[in-house]
Structure formats: C-alpha cells, structure tokens
Design a protein. Sequence first.
Length: 255
Amino acid sequence: MRIVITNDDGILAPGLAALREAVADLGQVDVVAPHDSQSGVGHAVSVLTPLLVRRVHVNHAFWGWSVVGRPADCVKLAMIELLPERPDLLLSGINAGANAGVNVLYSGTIAGAVEGALFGVPSVAFSLQLSDELDFRRAGCVARRILEQVIAAKPPPGTCLSVNIPALDAGWPRGVRVCPQAPINWEEHYEKKTESDARTIYWLTGALPDHEHCPDSDLAAIRSGYVAITPLRADLTDREQLARVSRWPWPATFA
C-alpha cells in the first residue's frame, strides 16, 4: 500500500509526525507538506507564483517534500509530479484544532483531503480538538484504529472523510459517531487596533456557538467526547434549491 500524508500546519508539525508514525508499517509512506503553517487557507492553489520544493529530513525520523505552497498544491504535486504512481490512500493532518461545522470550508487540512479525492484517491483528514494538552501520540493511535476500518471497508475512489478527534485530556474517546457537519456559523468579530503610525489593523477572532440546536452534528459529537466522522464531497450544489431557482423568471435573451 502506498500512502501520502500532507497537512496545513507545516512539515515540522507534531501532528504530522504522529500520523506518519501511526501508519508507517502499512506500506510506503510519502510526506508532501507545506514548508510552514497554512491554516485557514481553504482550497487555495498557487497560480501566480512558482512552487519551491525540496527534500528535507525531519527530526531524524523521515524524509519528505517541503513545499512553499498550500496543502492543495502539495497534493497536486504529489499526484502529478513527485510520486512514481498514484497512492492507494491520502491522509491529511493531524490538525491542531477541530475542523467541524463551517470550518470545513476554511481548513487547509480538509482541502488536502478533498484534493486527494478529486484525483480519485480515498482520502481522510484528521483533526484534534484543541485543549490544554494536545496528545498527538494518542491521537495517532485513534487515527490508526479508524484507518484500519476504512481500509477494511475498501472505500470507492473519490471517498473523502473528515475525522474529528475529541480532546484527549480526560482519556480515550467514548466511541465513534458518523454525522453531518454542524449547520452553524462562527460567532465572529474583529479586534481593532490603531498603530503608532495611525494605521488601523483588524484581527479576526471568534468561536463556534453552542451545539444544542444541532445535537446530531460533528460539533456535538466531539464536544460529547466522541470521534466524529463526516463524509465530504467537493460538489457544493444545493440540490434543494436547484429546481426552485431554475423556475425563477430568468431573461430569455440578452441581445
């Protein structure tokens, strides 16, 4: 089995090292990851600048390709240029922080997995809920158990799963829930500051609201101590709105 690992926290991130260690015995493992943190870049790709790529040896543990680019760039390069053949599985993570609810749209971790799925490779994104103690070693063990089931299920090409691991401060997860993403937005605001040269800067901050009105969601699952697994797809078409919008009185001609 050939496995590719990417992330959005950078090639030196402890979450990536933990994930690689957890799957090292499953076959050939290739790491293609951003040079530095790319959190929040979503599915951006580099089209205006070239990609600088170099082989690096990380912590005397593994070799990998360091890419000055986005997670989606890393996956494209892996599929088209860097690997001698398409992998059997693509993994992204382990991200420092959950990617639940609307976060799936902003997350570079999720984008890496979605990009793998677009190439027809079954892909899994792993994220660990933020807490006082980010136990990536234990999160890697959880990821391995999940992957064993994924591999046994032989998912079809293009499958993409988002796996959110709950905070592990209090011990192992209570179980697994397969659930949709929470249909709620962040409660956002900007912190405004005026610098000494009179320039004004804004720093985006916020938090996900309470999950009580969406008890069957990914957000509710991880906050209850469960691993949340959500199947994702790149098709964002709103099927419920499609027929309704098609009946609106659109212009028949523009001549």
